[in-house]
Design a protein around this ligand. Structure first.
Ligand SMILES: [Zn+2]
Length: 308
């Protein structure tokens, strides 16, 4: 064996034998979705390792658990969830099985990001899942308003500062920088969307109320009769009638839904079907929170220009 090879193995062995505290330690952050992971990355920079569980092209309400997710959670210092029961079907069992006391619900390393955001469609009166509605606590797709992205990023920066006080100044400075860049991007997005304020659309699922409010879209109806309930023939007919009556020419469909019903509505109404992304990672090039809005706003403008 060459000297260099021996030296390399020696160094590896030494590193392996050294206590973990001898290294500049990074917080292991796991986010339930790529959107939360992107916001955490913005404020955490190279002081954290971030991984996401659900992929942006998957329906975040229904994610199939994999053994690799458990491994991620076992090693996590912080788990960031979207909350509002978005992950109710798949995240609680993973947290349980991970056996990691740091990330159990209520522990210091569990962060429900919905507490920072402005939530729309909050139910009044009795909350019931009896009819299968998957939004029983209000709309969980709140990250699609950049103002909520800012609020969540600030909340994550504060949590990271609490878990790693030595790097608190870095997290706060990175948040300030993110805030500034987001403010500039928002101005640009709003200017692009300004000519189309009040344009009427239908969406498949109730994924875009926060987006619609921020950018001035009017979401008139949904292809799902209720969030999480597949389209029915009666409801589809009602949507077609409404679209004809109100001259609605754009359907926004999340990438994980079957296009059969949207296409049949399109052939009845002459509307355009647009696959609009609710999440970072929904398409390969949409690698962060900024690119998500760049992508969606680009799609919308093109669709609105092509329809009147
Ligand atoms: Zn939903």
């Amino acid at each position: 064996m060459s000297f260099w090879k021996k030296a390399a193995i020696g160094a590896l062995l030494a590193a392996w034998l050294m206590p973990a505290s001898a290294f500049a330690k990074k917080l292991n952050v796991v986010a339930s979705t790529q959107d939360m992971a992107s916001l955490a990355q913005e404020v955490g920079g190279d002081k954290i390792n971030v991984q996401a569980i659900a992929r942006g092209y998957q329906d975040p309400h229904f994610v199939e658990a994999k053994p690799s997710f458990l491994l991620m959670l076992k090693q996590a210092d912080l788990l960031i969830s979207v909350g509002l029961d978005l992950e109710i079907g798949w995240l609680p069992p993973l947290i349980n099985q991970s056996g990691n006391p740091k990330v159990q619900v209520g522990a210091n390393g569990y962060l429900d990001a919905s507490q920072f955001a402005e939530i729309l469609e909050k139910p009044t009166g009795q909350v019931s899942r009896a009819q299968g509605d998957v939004h029983p606590l209000g709309n969980p797709h709140y990250w699609l308003d950049p103002d909520n992205g800012r609020r969540v990023a600030r909340g994550i920066a504060n949590k990271l500062s609490e878990l790693d006080p030595e790097d608190a100044a870095t997290f706060q400075a990175r948040f300030q920088d993110f805030d500034k860049r987001l403010g500039a991007a928002e101005k640009n997005w709003e200017a692009q969307m300004a000519p189309y304020r009040g344009r009427k659309v239908v969406t498949y699922h109730k994924s875009f109320p926060n987006f619609a409010r921020h950018f001035g879209l009017d979401v008139v109806d949904y292809i799902e009769p209720r969030p999480g309930i597949p389209p029915t023939p009666q409801h589809t007919i009602a949507v077609i009638q409404k679209m004809k009556a109100e001259n609605i020419k754009v359907e926004l469909i999340e990438p994980y839904f079957d296009l059969k019903t949207p296409n049949s509505i399109a052939s009845n109404t002459g509307a355009k079907v647009i696959v609009m992304l609710p999440s970072v990672g929904g398409e390969k090039q949409v690698t962060d929170y900024f690119k998500l809005f760049d992508y969606d706003i680009g799609l919308l403008i093109k669709a609105f220009q092509e329809t009147k």
